[in-house]
Design a protein around this ligand. Structure first.
Ligand code: 0RA
Length: 636
């Protein structure tokens, strides 16, 4: 008998099912673009991961072959090859040709994992030009080949073997996919993530297409703790990774978290190893308990007083890197991309678990909890100060019909790209700058150095400072959550301070301010530092200017050799220059030197901000000596 003679009503239904997949592939794998293509690999790998989750598989290999096909191999139990009593064919064939074979067909097992759409490997089979499967079971090696979902030839034994496992090789169908080239970075990233989420599981990745081939092995015995360490590898952590794990009401929960000095929040949540990008009930449970518990501790430790308001969710999550990974039966996924967990009961389960674990942790590690709370309180203070500053800005705009600050000497040009704003330290230098500037496109805002300097304590005070609110109004952008470049009034913002300790201090203050509240301006490359000359050299009543020691020394050497007379003046401050000199040396676009501030420079300033604000003068001096220049690229 050949295959055709065996067709029954059931077989026709099967074919119709797979035909449906080929007619509307996007319904099953999301798209026929790159994402959908890569989804084929994940779908097969997820089946192997299921075996690992159930404790039967310790090793998975994913290989992109020279011909562009992909092989996924595992040492799980192997897809059953026995004849399925109802269907009258091998279980393997049922799994590979029946849509939504859903829960493992035996009825006993269950699919913990289940891929993004949970569609099963029959979909991969339907969308592959060909697919070959090898199974090791009962000491034999079984083999079967399919083309576009239809078996070509029966399942047969092709050898003897030891152990168990499954190996699936498939070649995506060009008739279905826009392109069929796999991208190794996408795959290796996901495989690494899976290895972190399944501690101890060894996942190998091989790409044989290139010369030399790529081969990587992922195996992490610390699981998601290692993942958090990796995510924080270039951040500064304030304690060791906190790790909770346990099972509650049949839900297995793992959580790893660590606070850093960064301002970012990086929380990733997973359900059955699926990245729940849109969050869901598990994440809500986690966040709720975190906020609740940290407020409790803050009051218990006297860090929040009766009159103080509560810490908000974003206060307690600032600087937090965390992985929340739960494993459960029958997850329901909702949302645009089906990556939000919908099961309502999970909220309570996760939140109770996190509460209990945090209490235990707090008992054993009060110092860490206190450090975290101090961090959250700082975040809350900054939030409140920013709010006050915003209100102040709004009031100013409102009352005076968005009039500009009195201190600002504005320019004539209205075009943002042309207009420049100089932030000048001190009233006297401000005066010179006003006289020396090209008023067509250069605006001056003097900042009174003393005021900024006296208030060494914190960003809070800085935000209350009327000069800073003047700056915000002058820029027209507002700050923080209200920040927008829509009404930005200047294309270049140039910080012009003295080349001394106080100048560097003010610069750090301003850079930190921009970094925390107007970061986009730095990212857009709009913040600059003016480099005033350090020396004036007078020869025969002609002046030349020098911006560093080396070039001055070279000039002096030459003059000495020529036995010429000269005079050197060292500039200690901008105030020592008259308006013409200031224009010529520091403001004239033809001759000036500007340093464009990069985001790394601002990050560095931000990190040093707290140190600098302290009263440790030595620390400040050291810093300023080492960081006199935030140079990245010089823009003359
Ligand atoms: C159905 C039932 C069982 C395992 C599998 C399928 C299975 C599928 C794949 C796909 C890739 N690797 C896989 N490994 C296993 C349960 C088998 C049993 O009860 O022995």
């Amino acid at each position: 008998m050949n295959n055709n003679d065996m067709y029954t009503a059931k077989d026709i239904q099967v074919l119709k099912g797979l035909e449906g997949v080929r007619k509307r592939p996007s319904m099953y794998i999301g798209s026929t673009g790159k994402r959908g293509l890569h989804h084929l690999i994940y779908e097969v790998v997820d089946n192997s991961i299921d075996e690992a989750l159930e404790g039967y598989c310790s090793e998975i290999t994913v290989k992109i072959n020279k011909d562009g096909s992909v092989t996924v191999r595992d040492n799980g139990r192997g897809i059953p090859v026995d004849i399925h009593p109802e269907e009258g064919k091998s279980a393997l064939e049922v799994v590979l040709t029946t849509l939504h074979a859903g829960g493992k067909f035996s009825g006993q097992g269950y699919r913990i994992s289940g891929g993004l759409h949970g569609v099963g490997i029959s979909v991969v089979n339907a969308l592959s030009e060909w697919l070959e499967v090898k199974v090791k079971r009962y000491g034999k090696l079984y083999f079967q080949r399919y083309e576009r979902g239809i078996p070509v030839g029966a399942l047969k034994i092709i050898g003897e073997t030891e152990g168990t496992g499954t190996e699936i090789t498939f070649y995506p169908d060009k008739e279905i996919f826009e392109e069929i080239t796999f991208e190794n970075s996408v795959i290796s990233h996901r495989l690494m993530e899976l290895a972190y989420l399944n501690k101890g599981l060894k996942i190998s990745f091989v790409d044989e297409r290139g010369i030399p081939p790529i081969s990587e092995v992922y195996k992490f015995d610390n699981g998601i703790v290692g993942y958090v360490n990796r995510l924080n590898r270039s951040k500064k952590a304030i304690h060791d990774v906190i790790f909770f794990e346990g099972v509650k009401d049949n839900v297995s929960i793992e959580c790893a978290m660590q606070y850093t000095t960064s301002y970012e929040e990086d929380i990733r949540s997973f359900v059955n190893t699926i990245n729940t990008v849109e969050g869901g009930t598990h994440l809500i449970g986690f966040k709720t308990s975190l906020t609740k518990k940290f407020n409790d501790y803050a009051r218990k430790f006297g860090k929040l007083k009766d009159k103080d308001g509560n810490l908000t969710g974003s206060d307690v999550r600032e600087g937090l890197t965390a992985i929340l990974s739960i494993k459960m039966r029958d997850p329901e996924f909702e949302g645009q991309t089906k990556t939000r967990l919908g099961n309502e009961n999970i909220k309570e389960i996760v939140s109770t678990f996190i509460k209990e674990q945090l209490d235990d942790y707090c008992e054993l590690h009060p110092a860490e909890i206190k450090a975290i709370i101090d961090r959250s309180i700082k975040a809350a203070q900054a939030r409140l100060a920013a709010k006050r500053a915003r209100e102040m800005v709004r009031r100013k705009n409102g009352l005076e019909g968005s009039s500009l600050p009195g201190k600002l000497a504005d320019c004539i040009a209205k075009s943002v790209e042309k207009a420049e704003l100089f932030l000048v330290e001190g009233d006297s230098a401000g005066g010179s700058a006003k006289q020396g500037r090209d008023r067509e496109f250069q605006a001056i805002l003097p900042l009174r150095g003393k005021i900024l300097n006296v208030e060494k304590s914190s960003m809070n005070k800085l935000l209350k400072n009327p000069q800073i609110t003047d700056l915000i109004v002058a820029l027209g952008t507002n700050i923080g959550d209200d920040f927008s470049t829509k009404n930005l009034r200047y294309g270049k913002i140039i910080i012009m301070t003295d080349a001394d300790v106080d100048g560097a201090h003010i610069r750090t203050l301003l850079l930190t301010f921009f970094y925390r509240y107007m970061r986009e301006l730095i990212e857009d490359g709009r913040i600059f530092i003016a480099l005033p000359p350090l020396y004036r050299l007078k020869v025969d009543s002609k002046d030349s200017y020098f911006y560093d020691d080396e070039s001055l020394e070279a000039a002096i050497k030459e003059l000495t050799e020529k036995k010429k007379k000269f005079q050197v003046q060292r500039y200690k401050g901008l105030g020592e220059m008259n308006p013409e000199q200031l224009w010529e040396t520091t403001m004239d676009p033809q001759t000036r030197r500007l340093i464009r501030v990069g985001i790394e420079d601002a990050e560095e300033a931000n990190e040093l901000f707290d140190k600098l604000m302290g009263s440790d003068v030595e620390l400040r001096r050291d810093f300023i000596r080492e960081n006199a220049v935030y140079a990245k690229d010089i823009d003359i």
